[in-house]
Design a protein around this ligand. Structure first.
Ligand code: OAD
Length: 256
């Protein structure tokens, strides 16, 4: 056998044994938490935040997804959201989202904690979803706090205004803002009692979601990472599955 063939066989064996180990953990688990980031939606065509495809008119997300950017120029921020809503509106849940839904048939409790605002887990049909960074299809008044779903693409007459006269903003969490306390409490509760925690397609760079695997590990859960690349969590997790979430998750669920 040639050297490169041998390398291929060895890496195949490593991947398969990792998949089998995690599949066994899934079958034995009472509660599985899957925490997802932009990499979960990337195979659906949603741009990631830190990839080149996430750029808009030479702005980085960090320059637009902030309260001060909205105060300075709400129209520009809404233009960016119109661009993102247009892309996301064309996207469908991928095989990874569907695999998470299928997992519900094999595990007592599957909880999805997502940093994604695209609503794709909901469209795939997951039952328990915590959208810790909000939802791009919801708008919220900066004055009276009223929020509602709005699926118009593109939104006309931006910046949008509430009936009360104040500006409407996307109902998402921006840099420098706190997460919804009630949602966060519920998330910490499920992380604290899960048997298996899967960190899927997130760079683990943004607090507090970046710390969820650490909390899960301290609470005794087996922690797995699925990602195309290494992350700051790669050394914390018990097992790393290197690859595309839309291939790994279906392969895993098939093995359970
Ligand atoms: P990032 O764009 O920071 O990271 C995406 C991660 O997904 C990277 O680690 C990629 O390697 C990985 N990835 C990409 N495609 C993948 C695939 N097909 N399979 C597996 N992994 C893949 O996105 P997030 O970690 O979600 O916050 O970023 C976290 C938060 O920062 C976002 O929710 C947003 C952002 O700025 C706010 O807007 C508050």
């Amino acid at each position: 056998m040639k050297v490169f063939e041998l390398r291929f066989v060895i890496s195949y064996i490593i991947v398969m044994s990792g998949l089998e180990e995690v599949a066994k953990r899934i079958s034995e688990a009472g509660v599985v938490v899957i925490s997802t980031g932009a990499g979960m939606s990337a195979p659906s065509g949603v741009p990631t935040f830190r990839g080149e495809d996430g750029m808009w008119k030479n702005y980085r997300a960090e320059e637009l997804a902030t309260p001060s950017a909205f105060r300075d120029n709400p129209t520009r921020v809404w233009e960016w959201y119109n661009w993102r809503r247009e892309i996301i509106g064309e996207c469908e849940p991928n095989a990874g989202h569907h695999a998470i839904v299928e997992m519900e048939e094999k595990v007592d409790e599957v909880e999805v904690v997502t940093q994604n605002v695209d609503g794709l887990h909901d469209r795939a049909g997951s039952s328990n979803i915590y959208e810790v960074h909000g939802n791009i299809w919801r708008v919220r008044c900066v004055g009276c706090e009223r929020s509602e779903y709005n699926y118009d693409v593109p939104l006309e007459e931006i910046p949008l205004r509430c009936e009360c006269g104040e500006l409407l903003r996307p109902d998402v969490v921006w840099f420098g803002e706190s997460l919804n306390e009630k949602v966060l409490r519920e998330v910490y509760d499920i992380i604290g009692r899960c048997d298996l925690f899967i960190n899927a397609g997130t760079s683990s760079l943004v607090m507090p979601a970046s710390q969820f695997p650490v909390i899960a590990s301290r609470s005794g859960a087996f922690v797995v990472e699925i990602n195309l690349t290494e992350t700051p969590m790669s050394n914390v997790v018990d097992l790393q599955l290197s690859g595309d979430v839309s291939e790994i998750l279906p392969a895993l669920v098939e093995l359970v």
